[in-house]
Design a protein. Structure first.
Length: 344
């Protein structure tokens, strides 16, 4: 692993997130410095910086985590402060804070903040009266300013990434159905069969990514004043994802069965051509379900065949070499039909 991978990321934070962090930190510095005279308002600036998170739910959690950590850490420093500010006192305070965090079962962030606050109070107080109380008030002020800035400056709503992820997943699912339909009716090399199966299995990763994106979108709506207009949209995307997930399972199963039992005479089976046609119809209906989930069906919907899997499938008796494959494909196709029929 390259050394740079330990501190670099493939995706930058949005510029808006950087701007909000900067505004909150600067505002906390000046406001706390004005309201609480004395040492530089380091606690307020750090609290504001940490509280500005991608979602308001995370911001609130970080504000509570930061504040609780500071209060307990300052209390530990206050109890041990009568021993002075020697290095051994600071070391004892760190150990006590970490052990207390373990006993209380607080989050790692809160536990670290308890130890950091104890160190800063003992190292910087220099006997200043009221120093500990001022640092608690300063932290509360910085956390409040960070949260207010996160709310006021375009509250983050992670709906667009969820929609884009579901779009990509649905499009890939439809393409996989089309690819399987084409493979049923054309000769396949071993390399093509392997690629077909590997590509189908990759849909599971896209499904997991889309699920995570929807989860992040729902989290971004917690405590968000803009939640009302987006919650229904995420609900539609979640419903579509649930149905797509079922179809992915059947599609991967059909692809695996086809790859395992493929031979060059398969495409001569009359029923195989009919199954391929039904797969193309299923691909069409997946795209239509995706449009419905996005609320674009109507005048803006493309002029494509309107039917779901409604055309009756005439099944001819397969040869003795292919009846297991054909039967398996028909069972999975029926399940895909039932899933799509729920939506359309």
């Amino acid at each position: 692993m390259r050394m740079s991978a330990t501190f670099l990321t493939a995706q930058r934070s949005p510029v808006l997130q950087v701007v909000k962090s900067a505004i909150a930190t600067v505002a906390a510095w000046f406001v706390a410095g004005w309201l609480i005279p004395g040492p530089l308002p380091v606690f307020a600036a750090i609290a504001a910086l940490l509280v500005v998170q991608p979602s308001l739910n995370q911001s609130f959690a970080k504000a509570v985590e930061r504040t609780v950590g500071v209060i307990v850490g300052v209390a530990v420093a206050g109890v041990l402060g009568f021993l002075g500010t020697a290095s051994w006192v600071v070391a004892i305070a760190v150990v006590v804070a970490l052990l207390l965090a373990w006993v209380l079962k607080v989050t790692p962030g809160t536990g670290n903040q308890m130890a950091i606050s104890a160190i800063l109070v003992l190292a910087l107080s220099t006997g200043t009266p009221g120093y500990a109380l001022d640092r608690i008030l300063e932290t509360l002020l910085g956390a409040v300013i960070g949260f207010i800035v996160n709310v006021a400056v375009v509250p983050p709503v992670a709906v667009a990434p969820a929609r884009a992820s579901v779009d990509a997943f649905g499009a890939e699912l439809a393409d996989s159905l089309d690819r399987l339909a084409a493979a049923l009716q054309s000769p396949q090399t071993p390399e093509q069969l392997t690629e077909l199966l590997v590509t189908a299995r990759l849909m599971r990763q896209m499904r997991d990514a889309a699920d995570a994106a929807i989860g992040a979108g729902l989290e971004s709506l917690t405590l968000n004043p803009r939640a009302g207009r987006h919650r229904a949209e995420l609900g539609e995307l979640r419903t579509a994802m649930d149905r797509f997930t079922t179809i992915v399972t059947q599609t991967v199963g059909m692809t695996r069965t086809f790859v395992d039992r493929y031979d060059d005479t398969l495409r001569a089976e009359p029923t195989v051509g009919a199954i391929a046609e039904q797969l193309r119809r299923a691909a069409h209906d997946v795209r239509l379900a995706l449009q419905r989930a996005e609320g674009t069906v109507g005048e803006a919907a493309p002029a494509v065949e309107p039917a779901a899997l409604t055309t009756p499938l005439e099944v001819a008796a397969p040869s003795s070499d292919h009846w297991i494959l054909v039967g398996s494909l028909l069972v999975d196709l029926r399940r895909i039909h039932e899933t799509l029929a729920e939506d359309l």
